[in-house]
Design a protein around this ligand. Structure first.
Ligand SMILES: N[C@H](CCC[C@H](N)C(=O)O)C(=O)O
Length: 288
């Protein structure tokens, strides 16, 4: 049997590296090993791979599975959703697109000036919804720390689920920490049974947050949309900011609005097309 040929599109959302693979008309199974192999190649390297599958629900453009670099799955990726929304809008000629993931529906629309808004849904704050391994009554600050009890390096993060688990540590200077060293340790702390995305957040104004993220399954990235949403809602819950904030990541700013009406979080930002090509046939033979 000859290997299927599959096109990929390499994009990015604020430097968050996104590989889009459209399998709506093809049947190929992507194993974690194959995903890791694709991620290891310079041309197709990604932080997240957005795999478009045939829609499961009426009115949606695709059912989307999202893989991290390490082959694990995530039910949310804000930056990647802007990228696939841009492709879908170009394909349909419409100015909106809706995707389904395992975390629910993600409506998105053209916000003008080359920006796209994604409705990331309502955040969840219950300890079992994050999920955490044991009960915490107040997830605005949980008892977790790195370093000695009397002088912790980082402590008392807020936690939230934005379709995926996030912990946000509030700091005075996001640049003052070795996140590449602390991230892996916190990501896999036993309090997070499904691991977690780890953020350092610095509140710079009632409508401004600076953020650095160690992503579950992907490591340090230039931007993480769902982490920006999680930090924004966590800051608003603590009264550190209002419900509309600009979250500035290493890759640039995202506008986050936590809508009063239905608690949904709206994320607005750019997307960029880089190049396209075919996935290496050799690796796909393994999967066919
Ligand atoms: N970069 C993505 C999130 C990836 C999350 C993933 N690392 C996980 O939850 O496992 C974003 O823009 O929202």
């Amino acid at each position: 049997m000859s290997a299927p040929s599959i096109r990929y599109r390499k994009m990015n959302g604020l430097g968050n590296e996104i590989l889009v693979v459209d399998l709506r008309a093809q049947s190929v199974s992507l194993t974690p090993a194959l995903v890791r192999e694709i991620a290891a190649r310079p041309d197709t390297h990604f932080d997240q791979m957005m795999v478009l599958l045939r829609p499961r629900s009426h009115g949606t453009d695709a059912y989307v599975r999202i893989f991290n670099t390490d082959g694990s799955l995530s039910a949310a990726c804000g930056n990647g959703t802007r990228c696939i929304a841009a492709l879908a809008m170009e394909e349909t000629g419409r100015s909106e697109a809706t995707f389904e993931t395992d975390a629910g529906l993600l409506p998105s629309w053209d916000a003008g000036d080359g920006l796209i808004t994604v409705d990331m849904g309502a955040p969840k704050f219950g300890w079992s919804e994050i999920p955490l391994a044991r009960e915490f009554a107040d997830t605005r600050a949980i008892d977790l720390r790195v370093g000695p009890a009397e002088a912790p390096i980082l402590s008392q993060p807020s936690v939230a689920n934005m379709g995926n688990p996030h912990a946000i540590f509030w700091v005075d200077d996001v640049g003052a920490y070795d996140l590449a060293r602390l991230g892996p340790q916190l990501e896999t702390d036993p309090v997070f049974p499904e691991r977690a995305n780890i953020s350092l957040a610095q509140v710079t104004a009632p409508d401004g947050i600076t953020l650095r993220v160690w992503e579950r399954g992907a490591g340090l990235t230039r931007a993480c949309g769902s982490a920006a949403c999680a930090a924004a809602v966590a800051a608003a819950r603590l009264g550190l900011t209002g419900r509309s904030v600009t979250v500035t990541l290493p890759g640039g700013p995202l506008l986050i609005e936590w809508r009063e009406r239905d608690d949904h979080v709206l994320m607005t930002g750019p997307w960029e097309f880089e190049h396209e090509g075919m996935l290496p046939a050799g690796s796909l033979e393994t999967a066919a």
